[in-house]
Design a protein around this ligand. Sequence first.
Ligand code: NCD
Length: 347
Amino acid sequence: MSATTLTITRPDDWHLHLRDGALLRAVLPDSARRFGRAMVMPNLDPPVRTTAEAIAYRERILATSGAAGFTPLMTLYLTEQTTPEELARARASGVVFAVGEAFLAGATTHSAYGVRDFLNCTPALATMEELGLPLLLHAEVTDPAVDIFDREAVFIERQARPIVERFPRLKVVIEHITTREAVAFVAGCGPAVAATITAHHLLLNRNAMFAGGLRPHAYCLPVLKGEGHRQVLLAAATCGDPKFFLGTDSAPHPRRAKESACGCAGIYTAHAAIELYAEVFDAAGALDRLEAFASFHGADFYGLPRNAGTITLVRDAWRVPASLPVGDDAVVPLRAGGMVGWRLADG
Ligand code: NCD
């Protein structure tokens, strides 16, 4: 029988949607309990496009109850108007750590300000390469002629590969990868290119969206893929390669916005994030690799110190609440009403 408790260096979440206002207040404690730091995505409405906006957003996060001990790492939303001067201000601020999640216009929640083609942003990308500001890519094309399940693979060829070839020293993270094509691309690039992997893309394949009917809470972008892709992701996450690290892409939306004739994309996982990854690594017989994936590879890629503290996980199943109240609405978390096999020990 393998260990029933696991103590690891406190992990970081390298891709998180924290939102603002009442939603921020509801979800922040879930991330802060588990993670030392999180790379906070800028897709508010309107998005965080300037260093001044990033500083103000960071202050709102830090003023939120439950934030003690948690460090938000801020990001700037890339538009075709982002100037080299703004990027220099961001780099000098000491609080902005990356540009992105960068979207193509229309890709997903609040992406209307996104770019039409990343090669329209070459002055910004050249500046980021010089300054050492990483680019975080939401790797899906928005071309309606491309099948939704192929949009990541097509993005890799049309956008990511040209960016990486043109700016070889630019640090690029392909965020929340979902396909064997993305894994192969990242593995085949030099050390400037890495990827985050979510718990839900490791746990679920696209059948989850149609299990007995249409399941809006299993809908996210990039959309869940087939089982073959999930197996390749699992191998990438658990193989010990430092190019792959934890990013939850926890993306809360009010229930009314999800359970709708046109439900929006996003899965909330922050309530059980590290526990869900522990389940995945446990089932793969790779619990000994969880710490590097969750706590070392991301910090090392960004050139930041690893966290000093630890967390302890216990193999002890608990029931996930049916919902998390937010004002007169609620967020429905992954596994709502179901069991998670690992829990976070208090302390
Ligand atoms: C994200 C959100 O809701 O902000 N949704 C999602 O499905 N992941 C945006 C995004 O990353 O697509």
